[in-house]
Structure formats: C-alpha cells, structure tokens
Design a protein around this ligand. Structure first.
Ligand code: PCA
Length: 325
C-alpha cells in the first residue's frame, strides 16, 4: 500500500514536471497605448498563439511601454531579456539605413504602396534581423503621415523655429530641412510634451493624434501622405529555434493572420481617426499645393540622402518596388 502510494506520488510529480517544462510564457513588450490598433492587433496575435498551442505557449502583451520603453524593446529581445517584442521599424535607422526604407518622403504614400514596398524589402530585412539575433514574424503599417501644428501653416517658411517632435532619423531630418527644431519623444509621452510646450508640432498619423488626444494642445492636421511607417514583431532567435515545429507553425499562422488583420485595422482606423480629430475641433485638411510642392522637393533631397547611405541593397529594394507599380 505504502509502495503503491509512493509510486503514484512519484508518477504525478513527474507528470507535473513534464507539463511545466513544456509550457512556456513569452512576454511581448509593445511601445504604444493599449487602445492603439497595433496593440489591439498584437493582443489578438498573442491570444491566437495561446489558444492555438492549447496553452503550451502562452503569449502575454505589455502595451504602452510598460515592460520596456519603446527605445529599449529591440535590445531586450536581442539579448533574450524577453522572447518577443514589437517596435517601430524606422526607429533603428541609426543602426542601418535599411530600417528607414519605409520613411522616405513620398516614395510609398498609400496602403497599396506600403505592401509593395514591404514585399520588396522583406527578404533583406529577414536577413538583417537574422544577423542581429532576431527572427521576423510580422509587420503592420501605420496610417499615412501628416503634419500637426498649433496654427495655420501654408508654406515651409511658416515652420521656422517651431519645436518639432520627431520619432526617428527621417522625422528629425525633415525638421532640419524645414527650419524646425527636432526633439525626439516616444508616442507614449507626447500628450505631456505638447501640454508643456516641449513640442508644438509633429508628423504622425491621425491614429497617434487620436490616441494621444492632441486636440487638447494642437489645432491643425494637414494630410500630406508623406509615408506609412511600419511596426514589426520579432522574436529572439534562440527562443524561436527552441520552439518545436508544431508550435512554430501555430506562431507563423497567427503572424500571417495578424499581418493581414492589422493592415485592415490600419486602413479602417485612418478615416475614423481623422473624423475624430475634426469632431474634437481640429482643422483637418489636405496640405495646400504650395506647401505640398515644397515638401516634395525636400522629399527628393531625403530620398537621395537615403539612397546614398543604403547603398546597393537600398537601390535594389527601391528598384524592385518601382518595378512592381
Ligand atoms: N505613430 C507613431 C509612429 C508613426 C505614427 O503614426 C508615432 O507617432 O510615434
């Protein structure tokens, strides 16, 4: 009797140990607010993985920079502090020009363009990320980028000396070329920056303006459709390779679904958020022809600068993108 009990106990302990060893939790830091469509989409992705693996791989998102701040996420995943994360692709342009391919003014200005540019760039990115100990899973574009101000702006000359919130290398360069003063601030912190006057202007989507209620400080949104920057979701390479094939298949399936559904969320969110900016008292309108022409000229300068720094790989991507149009 005693022996049977001992054997049973040993067996159940072993079963429990096996279950604990195979069930894993992956934490997924994200930089943008929980209500943002990227974060909502990421939460669905995480649920898909948890459900699809029967809980063997539980994925938990941490939006709003709560686990790691936006500018810490990539390093945290590379070094294995967390297994997976989401970040703005172009935030890493200072590491390699390739990361800025989606922020070249007026190269890819619509959702359709954004897909074609991503198709052209994806193989190069997978390789680059692999060399950085990362595994690319999926990517979703933000809505088209427009200019926010506290007053009417009809020409680049009107921007002289304005404090401009930047979020990557391209936005900081745009500020310089328009005579504004760039200050780099994460989206999670912009409401405060605008309220305190640290920044008075930015280029971003209607989505971020809506998420951060910028109508409390800003008055004008000019639709420029300058580019559609992307977020991307990536895993630590060892963590990825440590998953068995069946689990990887589930994650890949959920990633494809997230890329697709995230894209549509972004499309739908564009009109909704611009409507909300207007409903909250902002002037929302296309940039005037004069301003647009001036910005396009600046775009040409920035395109040339990017091509110069991105070398042959950059040229190959841009050529492949143009050929697909
Ligand atoms: N929102 C993010 C990046 C691009 C966008 O539309 C931001 O402003 O930080």
């Amino acid at each position: 009797m005693k022996t049977t009990f001992a054997v049973l106990t040993a067996t159940s302990v072993l079963a429990l140990a096996t279950a604990t060893a195979s069930a894993e939790t992956w934490d997924m830091p994200m930089a943008y607010s929980a209500s943002n469509f990227h974060s909502a989409n990421g939460a669905e992705f995480a649920r898909c993985v948890t459900l699809g693996t029967g809980g063997e791989l539980e994925m938990v998102t941490h939006p709003g920079g709560s686990l790691f701040k936006g500018n810490e996420i990539k390093r945290a995943v590379q070094t294995g502090q967390v297994q997976i994360g989401e970040r703005l692709l172009s935030a890493h342009q200072n590491e390699d020009a390739l990361f800025g391919v989606d922020s070249i003014p007026f190269l890819a200005t619509s959702f359709e363009d954004s897909i074609d540019l991503w198709d052209a760039a994806k193989p190069e990115f997978s390789q680059l990320l692999d060399s950085q100990n990362l595994h690319l899973l999926y990517s979703v574009p933000w809505p088209p980028q427009g200019l926010y101000f506290k007053r009417e702006v009809d020409a680049v000359a009107d921007m002289e000396g304005i404090k401009f919130r930047s979020y990557n290398t391209a936005t900081a360069r745009l500020a310089e070329l328009t005579g504004m003063l760039p200050v780099q601030i994460e989206a999670a912190e912009i409401s405060q920056a605008f309220a305190t006057g640290v920044a008075e202007s930015m280029i971003s989507s209607g989505s971020t303006g809506y998420d951060r209620k910028v109508w409390e400080s800003l008055t004008h949104f000019y639709e420029v459709d300058a580019w559609l920057p992307r977020n991307y979701v990536f895993a630590n390479k060892q963590a990825w390779e440590g998953l068995d094939e069946a689990t990887q298949n589930v994650v890949n399936g959920c990633a494809s679904l997230a890329e697709y559904s995230g894209y549509w969320r972004s499309v739908q969110y564009t009109e909704f958020t611009l409507g909300e900016l207007a409903a909250n008292g902002m002037v929302v309108q296309p940039a005037g022809n004069g301003l647009k022409a001036e910005l396009e000229e600046i775009g040409e300068t920035m395109t040339a600068e990017w091509l110069e720094s991105a070398g042959e790989t950059g040229a190959r991507i841009v050529d492949a993108f143009k050929a697909s149009r």
